[in-house]
Design a protein around this ligand. Structure first.
Ligand SMILES: Cc1cc2nc3c(=O)[nH]c(=O)nc-3n(C[C@H](O)[C@H](O)[C@H](O)COP(=O)(O)OP(=O)(O)OC[C@H]3O[C@@H](n4cnc5c(N)ncnc54)[C@H](O)[C@@H]3O)c2cc1C
Length: 311
């Protein structure tokens, strides 16, 4: 295997770590190390980092890693962690501003406190605002991009650009840049750094009550006490992945330390944090193959799988 040359930077205020285990940065609590891990201090520090990052260096962004499986061999190149507990939230000109590193549940509570409606669904999505933008996260009838007025991104070269929703092709758990001249429109290295949301005016106490109600519903139906990454598969048109997986008798099926949740069949849990990423990936493949063989439906993963297989 080729050795990864250590990168050198100057003037940074964030935290740079070499050979950094990523399991603690993902909600599945599994996966190998990143060659280089950078946690920027803020958006200007991120830009400073990007301006010095060699163009050939592979770059992966993570928020709270709640929709990501990092393979056991880890990630060659650099991983930037956008989650920032000190991220800003604000109200200005009738819009709610959020740094991309803010946790989505915090945005939901902030919007509710400020008399906004329809942000409540984000209370149960345990990722960052940046992750919600990248995934077009949604549930209970709500969807992130329905409320986006504009976003700010940092380009791979460390330049800030403000874009509107019309610059993107938005779908079910999918967001692509509508870039001229690019057939699939993807610009994978852009990093969301902030967003401005336009939520309808609502009643603060009603919004807070709805958040409590939605969280209670989640606690009743999802295995939240065990490491997981939410829904593993996208719902096929007109059906639910969980229904198909349960109908195939897969609840409780385990490979190594990974198990299909008994509580919600579209969740794979990692009790005790013992599973290898390879166990989780093998279980994903097994569920997919079984559902295809028994029902003819090809489930597509919603979780993003990154990194190198077991060394
Ligand atoms: C218990 C549980 C319940 C969940 N329920 C839901 C649900 O109801 N609805 C739903 O949609 N999802 C749900 N999820 C999945 C997940 O929380 C969402 O997809 C969330 O938006 C991911 O955010 P993150 O910061 O954790 O993203 P990560 O997992 O860190 O990243 C996900 C993807 O987004 C990209 N990304 C992250 N941040 C940025 C950024 N700043 N700029 C550019 N790209 C970025 C990453 O490169 C990666 O491709 C659930 C997960 C869990 C664990």
């Amino acid at each position: 295997m080729m050795m990864h040359e250590p990168l050198h930077f100057i003037g940074l205020r964030g935290t740079l770590t070499r050979n950094a285990p990523l399991a603690r940065y993902t909600s599945w609590r599994a996966g190998g190390p990143a060659d280089t891990l950078y946690v920027p201090a803020d958006r200007d520090d991120l830009a400073m980092f990007l301006r010095q990052l060699p163009v050939a260096e592979p770059l992966l962004v993570l928020g709270l890693g709640s929709n990501t499986l990092v393979r056991d061999g880890g990630v060659r190149g650099t991983v930037v962690i956008m989650h920032n507990p000190g991220a800003a939230l604000a109200v200005a000109d009738g819009l709610v501003y959020a740094d991309a590193g803010a946790a989505s549940p915090k945005l939901a509570r902030f919007a509710a406190l400020h008399g906004c409606a329809e942000a409540e669904f984000l209370a149960g999505v345990p990722g960052t605002v940046g992750g919600a933008l990248a995934m077009n996260a949604g549930c209970y009838g709500g969807e992130t991009w329905r409320h986006v007025a504009r976003v700010e991104v940092a380009t791979r070269e460390g330049r800030f650009v403000v874009r509107g929703p019309d610059d993107y092709v938005i779908g079910y758990r999918s967001v692509r840049l509508r870039a001229a001249g690019s057939p699939d429109g993807t610009l994978p290295d852009d990093i969301f750094t902030a967003a401005w949301f336009r939520f309808p005016v609502g009643d603060s106490s009603a919004a807070r009550a709805r958040i409590r109600e939605l969280l209670a519903r989640r606690i009743a139906t999802q295995p939240l006490s065990l490491p997981n990454a939410g829904s593993v598969f996208r719902n096929p048109p007109g059906d639910h992945a969980a229904r198909l997986i349960e109908a195939c008798g897969l609840k409780g099926h385990a490979i190594g330390g990974a198990r299909v949740s008994e509580k919600h069949a579209n969740f794979i849990v990692n009790p005790g944090g013992k599973a290898k990423a390879a166990d989780i990936e093998a279980l994903i493949a097994f569920v997919r193959a079984t559902v295809l063989a028994k029902t003819g439906v090809e489930l597509e993963p919603e979780v993003r799988i990154v990194g190198e297989p077991t060394p």
